[in-house]
Design a protein around this ligand. Structure first.
Ligand code: BDR
Ligand code: CA
Length: 312
């Protein structure tokens, strides 16, 4: 028996997913029980290969990786290969991991882990919510067994990154997001606007990447392309979205301001599709279900990243 918190991560690696995973691997109070993988940043073949490779590089090939949905529930959506590289890991041509994904589907694995760790499971979603929506369709009682559910997604005043109003993870599969946001009574949310408020200065990131560890060297390679893209497009700060969500998940006491509000997912409209509509003034009388991260201790966030890259 372990008194560590069981942590299940649904992810679409993805350069910022990789950083978040390294943070989770480096946390002694959490036990990463599995990675369930979705398509999102790039296609499923790549996101699964990337998850396996990251585990191998980190010496964590013992963590089972489960392939999930190869696309959104209903409507095809464009990926983010232009940010993360066409293979999702910067197109550096890494040698594939030696081990393979499990045979079990990610949605079934989510349900199995929810039973195995009922009442204790920390579920963190770093990609489109397709796998979790499918798990909910298979078994709507899933939320009863999840202790905490942390999501990277949304843009809480509709200042999106993929459309003017929508954030990538939600926009990629709004129907899945609708199912998930409807089903869970409480969702701890690190949205894109919080990410923008917690940028990482490129010069500091470059310093951390000199750690000289295998993890740091690999991360330097796979993240170079997206960091250069970011300098070109977004200026001095890098926005590692999934890393902020993981900081909130691993060390929630680092949150300096959290606001609870009702939230719903918009499915239609040229500008509205994929938007996360927060009822800031509680006009509709719906229950508060999103615990929205507004401010996180920046020093704590940066220390978690630095330590994850320096870990050997
Ligand atoms: C989210 O979209 C993806 O590109 C990132 O991995 C992150 O999960 C940010 O909007
Ligand atoms: Ca992601």
């Amino acid at each position: 028996m372990t008194d560590k918190t069981p942590l299940l991560i649904d992810t679409d690696p993805g350069v910022d997913d990789a950083l978040a995973l390294l943070m989770a691997f480096n946390d002694s109070r959490h036990d990463v029980v599995g990675l369930t993988v979705a398509a999102g940043n790039v296609g499923l073949k790549h996101t699964v290969a990337n998850a396996l490779k990251l585990c191998e590089v980190a010496g964590r090939a013992d963590i089972p990786v489960f392939a999930g949905c190869a696309g959104p529930l209903l409507h095809p959506a464009p990926d983010a290969g232009y940010v993360h590289g066409q293979d999702g890991f910067g197109d550096v041509g890494y040698e594939p991991a030696k081990h393979k994904a499990e045979a079990e589907h990610a949605a079934q694995a989510i349900l199995r882990f929810s039973h195995a760790h009922a009442g204790k499971l920390l579920l963190v979603a770093l990609g489109p919510l397709t796998n979790i929506a499918l798990a909910l369709k298979l078994d709507p009682t899933l939320p009863q067994r999840v202790a905490r559910f942390v999501v990277m997604g949304g843009a809480v005043t509709c200042q999106g990154n993929i459309t003017p109003a929508a954030e990538f993870n939600i926009y990629f599969d709004p129907e899945a997001a609708h199912i998930v946001f409807d089903a869970f009574e409480r969702i701890e949310l690190a949205d894109w606007e919080a990410v923008i408020a917690h940028g990482l200065h490129h010069a500091r990131v470059a310093e951390w990447l000199k750690a000289g560890t295998e993890r740091g060297r690999f991360y330097d390679r796979i993240s170079e392309k997206t960091r250069l893209w970011s300098i070109d497009r977004r200026g001095d700060h890098w926005f590692a979205a999934d890393a902020l969500a993981m900081a909130y998940a691993l060390e929630p006491d680092g949150a300096l301001e959290v606001l609870e509000r009702p939230i719903s997912i918009e499915l239609e409209g040229r500008h509205g599709r994929g938007a996360t509509v927060v009822d800031w003034r509680r006009q509709e009388g719906l229950p508060d279900k999103a615990a929205i991260l507004m401010r996180y201790d920046q020093d704590r966030f940066e220390s978690l990243i630095q330590a994850a890259l320096a870990a050997g």
